[in-house]
Design a protein around this ligand. Structure first.
Ligand code: EPZ
Length: 420
């Protein structure tokens, strides 16, 4: 097991290249199950979750050539339709194979993902939509056993809640269904939009891309002809590094980003006193003369992203005055609070709301990562803390951040990955 050792009281400088978006790469890899041809996916993030999903697809019978940031994958020989527990339990996004397998083969068995640190994260909305499309859904021994022997049938689906992977699963299911599927209250995250654009280029008629309502005309199980794909930049990774610049009050630049995908984040940082220079594919953040406290409400895109809530909490400990953070999407996404408080932060929780006292001198400590984004918040806190911080269980970080210590070192951080 490894841990990260980080020296505090750092300032940063220079620039960092942002990788492809993990949360776009995962649905795109699952979507290759709908392709009749080999698919090339570039700008693929070199992270554990991508490797886990590739292993799952290989277990199903897919073949691929995987270099660091590119994969050529062919799913024509996929025979198995069982996504088994030992992989799904490692990565809940494996549930993204449910829609494609069912719509292509008319059956599949996908292990229920189970909860995780940030909440129980059910998949009831995925299953309800598939049932509406004609699937028979049974839960057997911890598996979703889905059958639709004549394939899925287009219909109107209204999502009771906005769900990112739920939207992605049903968009993929509808792509090979018979007839037209109308989806209402669909997620609008850039990762969902990229999936729609890729499927549209592969021959699926999709109206309303980028809006909450989609009309998808299915191919009646005719496999699709995919073009080469380039994964969009990871807006959450980019936001994490912008927060690193902000918390150390440094000027840094993040490259290979789409500023448009970070509008809510940049607005919030501007409210806190930071300023920016933006171009087509990079953003430079400039120090604030005084970091102002702020109120944050996490919500679906294009609102403030829940995946940056923990990072902003770390930043708010350095603001002048108290900040309020309301986490509206997940019921338990405050696992980082106890670890930040062990570093000297003063964060008080009341239900979904956190009050973060400002002007706190953080102190280095041994802390434990609990989930992917909470772990990155601990790194940000460690950069400004007095003394050294050791972050344990960093396999959480490796799931979604490519070459994390290499990128932070290139910005001047004193960070090392050591053996426990
Ligand atoms: C996606 O998770 C992301 N993961 C998450 O990123 C992200 O935090 C989340 O969307 C919200 O933006 C991927 O894209 C792989 P949801 P997802 O379904 O799809 C409830 C990261 O760090 N819900 O949009 O699982 C659910 O409990 C990860 O990269 C139901 O009730 O999230 C939650 O409260 C963490 N029933 C809310 O909806 C359902 O059937 C939003 O969940 C589905 C969801």
């Amino acid at each position: 097991m490894h841990y990260l050792s980080i020296n505090g009281e750092q300032t940063l400088n220079g620039s960092v290249e942002i990788s492809g978006a993990k949360n776009s790469a995962l649905p795109l890899l699952a979507a290759t199950l709908l392709s009749k041809n080999e698919v090339t996916i570039s700008n693929l993030p070199n992270v554990a979750d991508v490797k886990t999903l590739l292993k799952l697809l290989q277990n199903l019978g897919a073949s691929f050539i995987h270099k660091k940031n590119e994969v050529k994958i062919d799913t024509k020989n996929v025979q198995s339709t069982c996504a088994n527990y030992d992989i799904v339990r490692k990565m809940r996004a494996s549930i993204l194979t449910l829609g494609p397998l069912l719509t292509r083969f008319g059956r599949c068995e996908v292990s229920l993902p189970g909860g995780c640190a940030i909440g129980q994260r059910p998949i009831d909305l995925h299953l309800k939509a598939l049932e509406q499309m004609g699937a028979k859904i049974e839960l057997k021994h911890g598996y979703v056993v889905a059958t639709a022997k004549d394939g899925l049938k287009g219909c109107t689906v209204i999502f009771d809640k906005v769900t990112v992977t739920g939207s992605e699963n049903i968009i993929m299911a509808a792509s090979l269904a018979r007839g037209v599927t109308k989806l209402l209250n669909v997620a609008k995250e850039p990762e969902v939009v990229q999936l729609c654009e890729v499927l549209s280029k592969a021959g699926v008629k999709i109206e309303g891309i980028g809006t909450s309502n989609l009309i998808i005309t299915g191919s009646s199980r005719e496999l699709l002809s995919f073009e080469d794909i380039e994964v969009i930049p990871d807006r959450i990774e980019a936001g994490t590094y912008l927060c690193a610049g902000a918390i150390t009050n440094s000027q840094i630049t993040v490259k290979n980003v789409f500023p448009k995908h970070l509008e809510a984040v940049i607005l919030k940082l501007t409210q806190m006193g930071f300023s920016f220079k933006e171009k087509k594919d990079y953003i430079t953040i400039f120090p604030a003369s005084k970091i102002k406290s702020v109120d944050i409400e996490t919500t679906e895109y294009p609102g403030f992203p829940t995946d940056l809530q923990a990072q902003f909490m770390a930043l708010c400990t350095q603001a002048n005055g108290a900040s309020i953070i309301n986490e509206r999407l997940f019921e338990n996404r405050f696992m980082h609070v106890s670890e930040l408080n062990r570093m000297g932060a003063n964060v008080r929780l009341k239900g979904h709301s956190a009050t973060v006292e400002g002007n706190t001198q953080l102190v280095g400590a041994d802390v434990m990562a609990t989930d992917l984004r909470a772990s990155s918040a601990l790194i940000l806190a460690a950069l400004v803390a007095k003394g050294t911080t050791r972050i344990h269980r960093i396999y959480h970080l490796d799931r979604g951040y490519e070459n994390l210590e290499g990128k932070f070192s290139s910005l001047g951080a004193k960070i090392e990955r050591l053996e426990e």
